[in-house]
Ligand binder design. Structure first.
Ligand code: APR
Length: 308
């Protein structure tokens, strides 16, 4: 029997993620949205792409949750996106209510699923999904680090004119201004980037990564990035469904790791069929450690706003 992945929110990020999952041929996909016709139309369009792609999966769209029943994974992308001048935290009031309602429905229909949260502010939305679902933390986590690292990897590969696949980066912490790049672990073909790129250029690329979302919001003007966030989320789904034991940065609830407790932060994790199978504890410099703690406290400060 094929796996089943439901993607809540059939907007830019949700549709991109759903299509990528269908394209990989790894699961049947159910797209859910509150707008009548939108998930149905996009779902049918994706289904009609499958003969060309040569994949045998079903894709459907719906405004309800019955069709999502017994999903293996549910990806939550529903919510509003940023407009120019807005920070991710500005979305909290609206998106926390959406995530609360969506999670209740998800849990009712798929009590054993793994939830991958994508909507912003990401780390806070993970916290809301965990709170409402009461799932164990290894089954509720978020996508942000795959995207932040993808952006940093892009800039490095462009700077050095090397394959993106040879670039490894490590960005920790929250999805926002408080992200923490661990430059000592960033390499190209195993060579530290500090041996290849001058410090001021690295700093510039880090800053561009921190502002990566805003750069795209300012260009699009009517919404935020979706191709890279969509495929980043699909990569996490793939790692889980195929039990790849892949090390990917995930927003995960920390309970003592890195000296932080009770709050979500982006940390490299082993992703397999059970969700988060291991939280990797890296050796950090005092500055990086302080940066990660600051990032976690920034997320913690959002919790009272959501009433949790
Ligand atoms: N249930 C289901 N779908 C919903 C709900 C809900 N309660 N509320 C809103 N939606 C849907 C909207 O109808 C819309 O189609 O969520 C979709 C969001 O799509 P977009 O507006 O295109 O936003 P997108 O770019 O996909 O971003 C979604 O992901 O990256 C983050 O910051 C981004 O929080 C934002 C989220």
């Amino acid at each position: 029997m094929r796996s089943k992945v439901s993607v809540i929110g059939a907007g830019n990020v949700g549709a991109t993620c759903a299509f990528r999952i269908a394209e990989m041929g790894i699961a049947d996909v159910v797209l859910v949205d509150i707008v009548e016709g939108l998930p149905q139309g996009k779902g049918l369009d994706m289904l009609e792409a499958t003969p060309v792609l040569g994949v045998d999966v079903n894709v459907i769209g719906t405004n309800g949750y019955e069709e999502t029943a017994n999903s293996d994974i549910v990806v939550i992308t529903s919510g509003i996106a940023r407009k120019p001048g807005m920070s991710r935290d500005d979305l909290i009031q609206t998106n926390s209510k959406i995530v609360e309602g969506v999670t209740e429905n998800v849990v009712k229909h798929s009590p054993n699923c793994i939830i991958v949260v994508v909507c912003n502010p990401l780390d806070a939305m993970c916290q809301m999904a965990l709170h409402v679902s009461k799932f164990p933390k290894h089954r509720v986590f978020g996508q942000s680090g795959v995207l932040d690292n993808a952006r940093f990897r892009t800039f490095i590969s462009q700077e050095l004119n090397v394959s993106v696949t040879d670039v490894f980066t490590c960005v920790l912490g929250g999805h926002g201004d408080t992200m923490v790049p661990v430059i000592s672990l960033c390499t190209v073909g195993g060579v530290p980037i500090t041996d290849l790129i001058p410090k001021d250029k690295i700093d510039e690329m880090v800053q561009r990564t921190v502002n990566g979302g805003a750069e795209i919001v300012n260009l699009l003007k009517t919404g935020s990035a979706f191709y890279a966030p969509g495929v980043a989320s699909a990569q996490m789904v793939e790692a889980i469904l195929l039990d790849k034991k892949k090390i990917l940065p995930c927003s995960v609830l920390l309970e003592g790791e890195y000296g932080i407790s009770g709050v979500y932060a982006g940390i490299p994790c082993k992703l397999g069929k059970d969700g988060i199978e291991q939280i990797i504890e890296l050796k950090l410099s005092p500055d990086e450690d302080a940066g990660l703690k600051k990032s976690a406290e920034a997320v913690r400060s959002l919790l009272p706003i959501m009433g949790i």
